[in-house]
Design a protein around this ligand. Structure first.
Ligand code: GTP
Ligand code: SPV
Ligand code: MN
Length: 603
């Protein structure tokens, strides 16, 4: 048995499979003690107190920010590291040309010495959690081992944590084994490794976001997409929203935009006054991940959000752009890598670029350095990191959809793809059919953002906004998308949007945020056969008069520019898709080739 100390009450709840695995991992990591988390409010309070004491968290001014805390991660550890993320299997063909591959035996061999003794002098936390509404046919149990109390606190918000997981697991061995250590936060010893055949994840050397909260991108997208392909369901990087039309008709929509391209904002959209007055309501089910399956009774695609909280981008969030997100983060929230503002009474406030408040005279920026507006300007230094985040429970969301916790999920009427494109891609168009829609999704191009390390602002192909998250060969992933059609008697309509087109002066042509309701209304109306569309080379598009512009400060030239499809630009776009097609080479699904040919013919 273990020589280290464990809390006996919690450990008793875990079954033999879990206990054996945890004992093995403890033997490897050699922690001073093991804490089995029960997910209770008392446990959370105690963890927060300890974290405040040792400086992991800083308590914010409790009048302004009740229950809220601040955390600054290592400045080398502020975004997902895609080049250090691996899919580990016996054969390279299983992971395909878009993933980093490591042979699974080699990966264990490489990571075992890193984990060996890594928790000496530290506490090992065992976090049982469920992804998905309790009782859902798709809900999955994971158990994460970590030496980071910050990770425990975030997992407590982002997942259903504690006893519920043991209840769902019963005597089963069917849980995702998530091993995590921050190690010494050295990027040279940072690996995020996935073992889909073992239902396991080993993450070392990062304490941040998608690298460390293993229920999120690692389990709910990479491992889940692998399982979904085998078991006829889908795990996608999508928000999930409800749209209620005047009179009460409800339409559920899922939308895939790459990281930091507007999912959280769209999922919490507040309709402009004119729409709200008319009775339009938008409600949130999820802001980042959906799991979807074909409901055998309805023959329709049903979706759940596997998460229980939001890990959202902070900069740019304010009372004008996203008032609902401001309400989400108003209490019981963890702020990571925004700026910390010391107040006169000894308490702390937070600040970020493009917030509701003027820049503080002086604060501590995301790197822990002194920041003043002057220093910021002179050194071109941000106060908050562009990928700084809030972690907030979804129960804080004032527009949480009543079905957000429904294990049966909701039927999806439309799938929207989108990207961040300053040129070429029009505001909105609709695919001719499912196969065309899959082609549109598979060829999304988007300018890279601060959500991952590396250069920002360069267009890359990001199929279904899943490039960094497909846990297997993209060839099989695309085939899976095409084949899902055959399992549905009634399939969602597919759309493409672009909120980010700019004019020559570099200014956004479309106001975005709440005003996206105008495009959303056209999409909903299309789903119900109410809106007009004209056929274009890209797909069905609204005429200028089909998008309501009343109350907007746009002139007709702006709208023409937003909707413009330039054949020369489309040609360049098709050419820039070649890189992805060449990677797939002989493995390219036939439907993709046919769709490209049809597009070229239409040109
Ligand atoms: P991840 O959490 O990384 O997956 O990101 P996300 O897709 O949820 O993106 P989010 O909604 O957090 O938005 C990212 C950035 O895009 C923020 O800085 C927003 O201010 C900005 N943004 C979101 N929606 C719009 C929009 O409609 N127009 C414009 N111009 N910017 C937007
Ligand atoms: C993303 O990068 O798409 C995110 C943030 O949602 S993270 O959890 O770090 O993946
Ligand atoms: Mn995301």
């Amino acid at each position: 048995m273990l020589s280290v100390q464990e809390n006996e009450v919690a450990v008793e709840q875990a079954n033999e499979h879990v206990r054996t695995w945890v004992a093995d991992m403890a033997k490897l990591c050699k922690p001073d003690q093991i804490v089995w988390c029960d997910g209770s409010a008392g446990e959370r309070q105690a963890l927060i107190s300890d974290a405040v004491e040792d400086g992991t968290l800083i308590e914010l001014n409790q009048k302004k920010w009740p229950g809220c805390h601040y955390h600054r991660s290592n400045s080398n550890d502020v975004a997902r590291t895609e080049h250090l993320t691996f899919i580990c299997t016996p054969s390279e063909d299983m992971v395909g040309p878009t993933n980093n591959y490591m042979n699974d035996r080699e990966a264990y061999k490489k990571l075992t010495p890193l984990f060996d003794g890594c928790m000496q002098g530290r506490t090992m936390y065992v976090i049982p959690f469920v992804m998905g509404p309790l009782g859902s046919p798709l809900a999955k149990v994971g158990v994460q081992i970590t030496d980071s109390p910050y990770v425990v606190l975030n997992m407590g918000i982002m997942t259903r944590m504690g006893q519920v997981a043991w209840d769902q697991l019963g005597d089963d061995a069917d849980f995702t084994k998530c091993l995590h250590s921050v190690g010494d936060v050295n990027p040279d010893r940072r690996y995020i490794c996935h073992f889909p055949l073992d239902n396991a994840i080993w993450s070392f050397g990062s304490g941040y976001g998608g690298n460390a909260l293993l229920g999120k991108k690692c389990l709910a997208l990479r491992i889940a997409s692998f399982l979904g392909r085998q078991q006829d369901w889908m795990a996608e990087h999508m928000l999930l929203m409800g749209v209620e039309a005047p009179g009460g008709e409800k339409t559920y929509i899922a939308a895939a935009f790459p990281s930091a391209c507007g999912k959280t904002n769209f999922a919490m959209l507040i309709p402009p006054k004119k729409y709200a007055d008319a009775g339009w309501k938008v409600t949130t089910l999820g802001d980042d991940i959906v799991w979807m399956w074909v409901n055998p009774e309805s023959g329709r695609l049903h979706a759940i959000n596997p998460e229980a909280g939001y890990f959202g981008v902070v900069p740019g969030t304010n009372g004008r752009s996203n008032p609902n997100a401001m309400k989400c983060m108003a209490r019981d929230t963890i702020f990571t890598n925004v700026a910390l503002v010391p107040l006169d009474d000894g308490t702390y406030d937070v600040w970020w670029e493009d917030s509701d408040w003027p820049a503080p005279k002086k604060c501590i920026n995301w790197e822990g350095k002194e920041w003043t507006p002057q220093i910021g300007k002179e050194k071109n230094m941000k106060a908050a990191h562009p990928n700084s985040r809030f972690t907030a429970p979804m129960s804080n969301n004032p527009v949480l959809d009543p079905a957000a916790r429904d294990p049966a999920g909701v039927p999806v009427s439309a799938i929207i793809f989108g990207g961040r494109r300053s040129k070429t891609i029009p505001l909105v168009y609709q695919a001719f059919n499912w196969v065309h829609g899959v082609y549109i999704g598979a060829t999304i191009g988007s300018e890279t953002t601060a959500a991952a390390t590396g250069q920002t602002g360069v267009v890359r192909r990001d199929p279904m906004a899943m490039l960094p998250f497909i846990g297997y060969n993209i060839r099989d992933y695309l085939v899976h998308w095409f084949q899902m059609r055959k399992k549905m008697s009634d399939c969602p309509r597919v759309f493409m949007v672009n909120w980010f087109r700019k004019n020559d002066a570099g200014k956004f042509l479309w106001p975005g945020f709440g005003e996206n309701m105008r495009v959303l209304k056209w999409i909903v109306d299309r789903c119900h056969g109410r809106a007009y569309a004209k056929e274009t080379i890209l797909g069905w598009m609204p005429r200028a008069e089909d998008i309501d512009l009343e109350g907007l400060n746009l002139d007709v030239d702006d709208i023409r520019e937003l909707e413009r499809v330039d054949p020369a630009e489309v040609k360049a776009e098709i050419l820039s898709q070649e890189e992805l097609f060449l990677k797939l080479a002989g493995d390219l699904p036939k439907e993709m080739i046919f769709q490209r040919e049809l597009l070229i013919t239409r040109l």
